[in-house]
Ligand binder design. Structure first.
Ligand SMILES: Nc1ncnc2c1ncn2[C@@H]1O[C@H](COP(=O)(O)OP(=O)(O)O)[C@@H](O)[C@H]1O
Ligand SMILES: [Mg+2]
Length: 237
């Protein structure tokens, strides 16, 4: 059974329809990429999965049952967490307070100190800087806080929206290593990433979204050998 299944998903932002038919099927333990041009609908897809945007048509299933009508907290309780585009930290609050925000629901709150230790193990620099306002950290460290905050809700499926924007190249490698580690611990990962080669290095397979539709999917080799891959990525098809 799929952990997450998205079928024929359509989403509108006001009068503008952004998604016209997105299909994804993600099994537990997979690392899956979501690729596509700017404006293709990747962030809207992740936002609809976590519950920020209602589905206008189609279905979102978690563990085989319909999740389309659940609110964000209910989806988090079912194991979803989003690391949003642009991090969205509370910059005047401390690193630790930002992390604690991720454990706001009852069940994760009970495990708060254990989860905090785990995040500090993964990102030791955050332990050092836990009392500092999040806004004083570097871009890469802020991204670590955003990932850490998502981990504080003890997710089974982590949705990451372009986590390497504004992160120094040397730090990208560190963050990638942490993502590899948490994936090895069994957390399923969906990664939206602009850098195709970086994405394909990390994921097991990927979907290409073009103009609000899933148009291609496959493993790294399948995608790289598909003649339409480049034009679909650029939205030129
Ligand atoms: N909050 C919003 N309000 C209005 N239009 C939006 C909003 N978010 C995204 N869009 C539009 O929806 C389409 C898909 O955007 P998005 O999902 O952000 O694409 P991507 O993440 O692939 O760059 C684009 O045309 C974008 O302008
Ligand atoms: Mg986006």
């Amino acid at each position: 059974m799929n952990l997450l299944k998205v079928s024929d998903l359509e989403v509108s932002h006001g009068p503008l329809q952004a998604l016209w038919g997105v299909d994804l099927a993600i099994a537990t333990g997979e690392k899956v990429g979501l690729l596509g041009a700017n404006g293709a609908g990747k962030s809207t897809t992740l936002g609809a999965i976590i519950g920020h945007y209602p589905a206008k048509a189609g279905r979102i299933e978690l563990d085989g049952s319909d999740a389309s009508t659940l609110d964000v907290s209910q989806r988090v309780m079912r194991g979803l967490a989003l690391v949003p585009e642009g991090r969205r930290l509370f910059v005047e609050m401390s690193v630790r307070e930002n992390l604690e925000m991720g454990a706001y629901l009852a069940a994760p709150r009970k495990k708060l100190s254990r989860s905090l230790d785990r995040v500090f193990d993964l990102f030791p620099i955050l332990k050092e800087k836990q009392r500092q306002p999040a806004g004083t950290l570097s871009g890469g460290q802020q991204q670590m806080v955003a990932i850490g905050r998502a981990l504080m809700s003890c997710p089974r499926l982590l949705l990451l929206d372009e986590p390497f924007i504004g992160v120094a190249p040397l730090i990208i490698k560190d963050v990638m290593n942490v993502l590899t580690q948490i994936a090895a611990e069994g957390i399923t990962i969906v990664l939206v990433e602009q850098n195709i080669h970086r994405a394909l290095e990390f994921v097991d397979r990927a979907y290409v979204i073009e103009n609000g539709r899933t148009v291609l999917d496959g493993t790294r080799d399948q995608l790289l050998n598909d003649k339409s891959f480049g034009s679909k990525l650029l939205g030129l098809d």
